[in-house]
Design a protein around this ligand. Structure first.
Ligand SMILES: Nc1ncnc2c1ncn2[C@@H]1O[C@H](COP(=O)(O)OP(=O)(O)OP(=O)(O)O)[C@@H](O)[C@H]1O
Ligand SMILES: [Mg+2]
Length: 507
């Protein structure tokens, strides 16, 4: 065998050697002129293109962020402490690509798709560029299917739809991340793939999010893309783009995905930092003029696709931080105008222990109630008005007066709605539980309960309905509508549950 193999190998090698054309080849070599704060200035790369990856001879990578007459500015992705003036680099002719595919599910990765957990290398289906065009109008469809957040206040008052972009905005540390995490946990009961992107967050916060999803949610259908505050500015800048590319993979194959970007304010700050370091002129609040375009281009990638494109969807929940509730600062107004609505969190409510601290007056979902699950829409019809009226009346009654029995009843009902809308973390409600709670509230079944008992009622309602109104629950879960018969069956069961609680003296 060996003697027969030898000539074959030799001929092959000879043929390969002959195929090589020897001669001079032109290769541009860039030289690092200066480096600092994660940005390197290189000369000698006259044909380099914007966003092109550069490979440094020391084995590190960066991408071109600004082109000047005699130099290019390159954002370093790694080796920030190793690269120094005089080092050489060359063009790769490639844009930044990240691994995509089901192999990422259940994994914690950095924005380049390198594993940060101890589950071994990532098996990628393919590698896609981090910048992708948003779907064209003709390829889109109306947003009509719901995303169940499991938070009563959001699902009933500001329903989210698949393909929608809803901003979560509020001051520091008042539960913005908590809303996003509860939404991810709630997807345990759906088919939605969740991508959580952390930009410039503390490692401890990121750890808490991952632990919560692993404990309460379906981590095998989640991807965590992490660029913490200690990561290079370059990695923080590309993180949301990389997350979108990973999520789009599922959208484009007819699946449903949800992306959380925690948070866009940090991303805007990183963008400003890089712009100032690469010499772009500062504009309002020192942000460069293109910050709106960068964030709009990113969020436009969330979409509901037309049936001809597979009918998949990508829902985006960007998070933004405000200072002292100021929604009219530059980045918050930009983001509000880019998205299809906002969940506004109020620091005062949070400190009054009304959590989640959603400001019912300022929050909106511009996609509208047509995305709400039909049973919930029918049940929650008048809830918003009842609650808004209560909030107004309550202010007046603080000054005494208003002893009218009808007003007292409204206030009693409003307080109970408020108590039902407050919800602890990591306990998202199912559709049946939400419908049950709303029916009980509207039917006045909870008016006689102590406020403190409403939380206990919420904990019991799912199991009770499953035992005592089984067929109605099944109907609502499958046909997803409320009719006279199953509404009555639900109300009977709920009334029996309410009777198990001690009544307070009714007015
Ligand atoms: N519904 C809730 N019930 C009880 N505690 C909550 C609730 N929501 C949030 N919290 C608590 O409030 C604190 C702040 O929440 P979270 O980290 O989500 O805020 P944040 O607005 O994302 O903060 P940051 O601005 O630092 O990102 C956490 O300790 C969290 O456990
Ligand atoms: Mg947060």
């Amino acid at each position: 065998m060996a003697t027969e193999d030898k000539p074959g190998w030799l001929t092959r090698a000879k043929a390969r050697a002959e195929a090589i054309t020897l001669g001079p080849a032109l290769q541009e070599v860039g030289r690092v002129r200066s480096v600092g704060d994660g940005v390197a200035t290189l000369s000698g790369l006259a044909t380099a293109r914007l966003d092109e990856m550069l490979a440094f001879d020391k084995g590190y990578f960066g991408f071109v962020h600004a082109l000047e007459r005699d130099h290019v500015s390159c954002i370093l992705l790694d080796g920030l402490d190793e690269i120094e003036a005089g080092d050489s680099a060359h063009r790769t002719g490639e844009v930044l690509r990240v691994p995509v595919g089901p192999g990422l599910l259940g994994r914690v990765v950095d924005p380049l798709g390198r594993p940060l957990d101890d589950k071994g290398p990532i098996t990628a289906e393919r590698h896609d560029g981090i910048e992708q065009p948003a779907p064209a109008i003709i390829d889109r469809d109306l947003v009509t299917e719901p995303v169940q957040t499991g938070l009563l206040v959001i699902d009933t008052l500001f329903a989210l739809g698949r393909g929608q972009r809803e901003l979560i905005i509020g001051d520091r540390a008042i539960g913005k991340t908590a809303i996003a995490v509860d939404t991810i946990i709630s997807q345990k009961a759906s088919d939605i793939v969740c991508v959580y992107v952390a930009v410039g967050q503390k490692s401890s916060t990121v750890r808490r999010v991952i632990d919560a999803v692993q404990k309460h949610g379906a981590p095998e259908r989640c991807i965590f893309v992490i660029a913490e505050s200690s990561a290079s500015a370059g990695l923080q800048w590309i993180a949301p783009f990389a997350g979108f590319t990973m999520a789009e993979h599922f959208r484009d194959r007819g699946g449903h995905a949800l992306i959380v970007i925690d948070d866009m304010s940090k991303h805007a700050e990183t963008h400003r930092q890089l712009a100032l370091l690469t010499g772009q002129p500062p504009g309002r609040e020192a942000y460069p003029g293109d910050v709106f375009h960068v964030q709009a281009r990113m969020l436009e990638r969330a979409a509901k696709l037309a049936p001809s494109k597979g009918g998949g969807s990508l829902t985006a929940l960007p998070i933004a931080v405000t200072d002292a509730g100021n929604l009219s600062a530059y980045i918050p107004t930009n983001l509000i105008s880019i998205t299809d609505g906002q969940i506004v969190l109020n620091a005062k409510l949070f400190h009054e222990q009304e959590k989640p601290a959603v400001d019912v007056g300022l929050s909106v979902s511009r996609v509208g109630g047509k995305t709400q699950a039909p049973a919930l829409r029918e049940a929650a019809e008048s809830l918003r008005i009842d609650y808004a009226q209560f909030l107004e009346i309550e202010i007046f009654t603080r000054f005494g007066g208003m002893s009218d029995a009808r007003v007292k009843r409204q206030i009693r009902r409003g307080r109970r709605i408020g108590a039902a809308l407050a919800q602890p973390q990591y306990s998202p409600l199912s559709l049946i539980e939400e419908v049950g709670l709303i029916l009980a509230l509207q039917g006045g079944l909870l008016d006689a309960l102590e406020l403190a008992d409403i939380q206990i009622f919420r904990g019991k309602v799912g199991g009770w309905l499953a035992d005592n109104a089984k067929s109605a629950c099944e109907e609502i879960a499958s046909a997803a509508t409320l009719n006279a018969a199953n509404r009555q069956a639900m109300l009977d069961a709920l009334g029996a549950l309410a009777k198990t609680f001690p009544a307070t003296d009714t007015p």
